[in-house]
Design a protein around this ligand. Structure first.
Ligand code: HEC
Length: 156
């Protein structure tokens, strides 16, 4: 007995769905084709300021090695941060996101103990490990500066 009303409801729903569909096909305008000169809707993050632009200095990454040797080495090998799964996870994320991830969670068991400068330096060491080019200026450790860039691991 229970099957009857249910299939009745299903049929009614199908009719409603069909009605909606035919209604849509009747009124929907044709897909619009961008005219000549229209910029593409989605700009690649690789076209915006990113980690392939030389956003840290060699001296800064060397300080990062110091942070690594003093703190991170207890649990990490450098290969943790060149691992394809790690790179994949953060590709096209903002530098801000990875920065805060480290700031809020590391070192495991004692989160919140790193200074902003330590996190920034360690992060530039991670950039260096992955062959990202250094540049003329250090990556500053204020929110505005670290929020300026996307993570792109390889020049396109
Ligand atoms: C006491 C151990 C410990 C120390 C010290 C430590 N980490 Fe970690 N780290 C972990 C563990 C465990 C994970 C993975 C678990 C998790 O996601 O929290 C991790 C994960 C990470 C990740 C991973 C992100 C990913 O997506 O795979 C980064 C980046 C990282 N740590 C950076 C650091 C840096 C930089 C330092 C030194 C300043 C540091 N860690 C020190 C234990 C540690």
């Amino acid at each position: 007995m229970a099957a009857l009303p249910r299939s009745g409801v299903a049929a009614a729903l199908a009719v409603v769905a069909l009605g909606t569909l035919s209604c849509q096909t009747g009124t929907r305008p044709p897909a619009s084709v961008p005219g000549p000169g229209t910029p593409p809707a989605v700009r690649s993050r690789a076209d915006e300021p990113n980690t392939t632009d030389g956003i840290y200095t060699v001296a800064q990454a060397e300080r990062g090695i110091g942070v690594y040797n003093a703190i991170c080495v207890e649990c990490h090998v450098p290969e943790d941060w060149t691992d394809p799964a790690f790179l994949e996870r953060w590709e096209e994320a903002s530098v801000f996101r990875l920065w805060y991830w480290i700031y809020e969670r590391m070192p495991h068991g004692n989160p919140g103990s790193l200074t902003r400068a330590q996190v920034t330096d360690a992060l530039t060491y991670i950039f260096q490990l992955n062959g990202l080019p250094p540049g003329p200026s250090e990556l500053a450790d204020d929110d505005d500066a670290i929020d300026d860039y996307w993570i792109i691991w390889k020049k396109p």
